[in-house]
Design a protein around this ligand. Structure first.
Ligand code: NI
Length: 483
């Protein structure tokens, strides 16, 4: 019979004591981690240093907990409300960090880490575009990133939102902006070979999620999507920078003009407008509305002309020069049947950045081609993507032409759906409205009979641009609706 060796009582006692001590230490560490929440009041060390931007300072606060290191930079502007708003967002980042590391211990010899800083994207007078970003290393495989950005008016202490800069045209303006953002994301993804996740992009790009913007310069609007929002973590963050020129029509508000180089529609250069002869329809007493069709002529234009003729409706066509030769019969018909023909440039170039001679010829080549067919001078043009700018106005002045913008954007090039197009026209219809459509899309041409039926029932007359405004309403300028 062998005797098992037993552990002596004093050793058991030592073991128990050690275990208890370890538990106590662990509990203390966890409690300290969770109770030392990083509200700004907990930060004892403030240091100040000059930021490279005038009037903006940095409040640095460092914290070293038992399990973590944290460094946060708060921007300090002349507006305490703005400072508080930014600090609140930064503190939300901080709360998330502390929630993530609560009740957890880092690997031996390591610390959890939080780094929060900001970038002044632009400071222009009282307008400040600023972005805060945080990185959290919480022992996960990937570090986490979060970002938030705003544009503020420091004089009023208010954020300048998309709603502020779009003003009255916010619904249409934002809808168009979101299309541009999505297109740019798709372009970037294709370039990088990343699959485009429609659901994910739609969830990130909409009126509920995007209210703020960055204005890096007077010609650009920018949106930043943090890592993991549009694509996977590994694909990194995505920045979308868009030229403001394409959104000018919608950016006619006071704040937009302060932030961006916006040419006011209808109030651009000095010009002594000649006497204007109004059209044949008395739009003072009749509810007039103008359907305009861009980018044609195309394969569906003949059908559209048939519809318009049958329903006694007049419209306007802004033609791309390259399409004219193949369809000169249609151009002849447009003129003979009382529609206005305008230039949409020779090959759909975005105009504002072109050299003056190139710009003039882009517009005028179409005029010449049309005049050869119809014998009539072209006085109206529509700039591709609606992009206007000083150079475009100068060209209009030289060519003695008027730019026709629009007041109802059907976005029919983005949504190829006759019912949606119909819905947007009916919802936006007002006396004097100018509606933009594209006759190169079957879905747009298909929507026209129903649009005409519904609006004629409401007493509208479909008139051409010449009937609505006269032969050349505002040479050297742009018009977007009749008053
Ligand atoms: Ni176009």
């Amino acid at each position: 019979m062998s005797r098992r060796r037993s552990v002596s009582p004093p050793l058991i006692l030592v073991g128990v004591c050690l275990a208890v001590a370890l538990v106590v230490v662990a509990v203390i560490m966890i409690t300290r981690t969770t109770t030392q929440r990083a509200t700004p009041a907990d930060y004892e060390k403030y240091s100040w240093q000059d930021s490279k931007y005038k009037g903006i300072r940095t409040r640095i606060s460092k914290q070293h907990g038992p399990t973590y290191d944290s460094l946060i930079e708060y921007p300090v502007t002349k507006s305490s409300e703005v400072n508080q708003l930014i600090a609140d967002a930064i503190n939300d980042f901080d709360t998330a960090f502390h929630e993530q590391i609560a009740h957890r211990l880092p690997a031996r010899g390591e610390h959890f880490e939080q780094n929060t800083s900001y970038q002044v994207v632009r400071l222009y007078g009282d307008f400040l575009s600023i972005e805060v970003m945080t990185t959290r290393d919480t022992g996960e495989a990937n570090t986490q990133h979060d970002t938030k950005y705003w544009t503020f008016n420091l004089a009023t202490s208010k954020e300048v939102t998309l709603d502020t800069i779009f003003g009255d045209t916010a619904t249409d303006g934002k809808a168009r902006l979101f299309i541009y953002i999505k297109r740019d994301i798709a372009r970037q993804m294709a370039k990088k070979g990343i699959p485009y996740d429609v659901t994910r992009v739609n969830a990130a790009v909409n009126a509920g999620t995007i209210k703020s913007f960055l204005a890096p310069d007077a010609a650009t609007i920018r949106f930043d999507f943090g890592k993991g929002i549009i694509a996977s973590d590994a694909d990194g963050p995505i920045t979308v920078s868009l030229p403001i020129a394409n959104l000018q029509l919608f950016l006619q508000s006071h704040d937009a003009r302060h932030l961006f180089d916006i040419m006011p529609i209808g109030a651009a250069p000095e010009w002594d407008a000649p006497e204007v002869t109004k059209g044949s329809v008395d739009c003072e007493h009749v509810k007039c509305i103008a359907l305009t069709f861009d980018d044609g002529p195309g394969p569906f234009t003949a059908e559209l002309l048939d519809t318009l003729k049958r329903r006694h409706a007049y419209a306007s066509f802004f033609l791309i020069g390259q399409n004219i030769a193949r369809h000169d019969g249609l151009v002849k018909r447009m003129h003979a049947e009382g529609h206005t023909i305008g230039s949409h440039t020779w090959d759909h170039r975005v105009l504002p950045s072109l050299q003056p001679t190139v710009l003039d010829s882009e517009v005028a080549r179409v005029n010449d081609a049309v005049q050869k067919i119809t014998g009539t001078k072209v006085t109206y043009m529509r700039p591709p993507t609606g992009a206007l700018g000083p150079a475009v106005y100068s060209s209009l002045k030289r060519l003695n032409m008027t730019a026709v913008m629009w007041s109802v954007d059907t976005r029919d090039w983005a949504d190829r759906d006759s019912e949606i197009i119909y819905n947007r026209v009916i919802a936006g219809a007002k006396p004097g409205a100018v509606i933009i459509l594209h006759d190169i899309h079957k879905t747009s041409v298909d929507a026209v009979p129903r649009i005409i039926t519904a609006l004629q029932r409401q007493g509208y007359a479909f008139v051409s641009i010449e009937e609505l405004f006269g032969p050349n309403a505002a040479p050297g300028m742009a018009i977007s609706r009749a008053s």
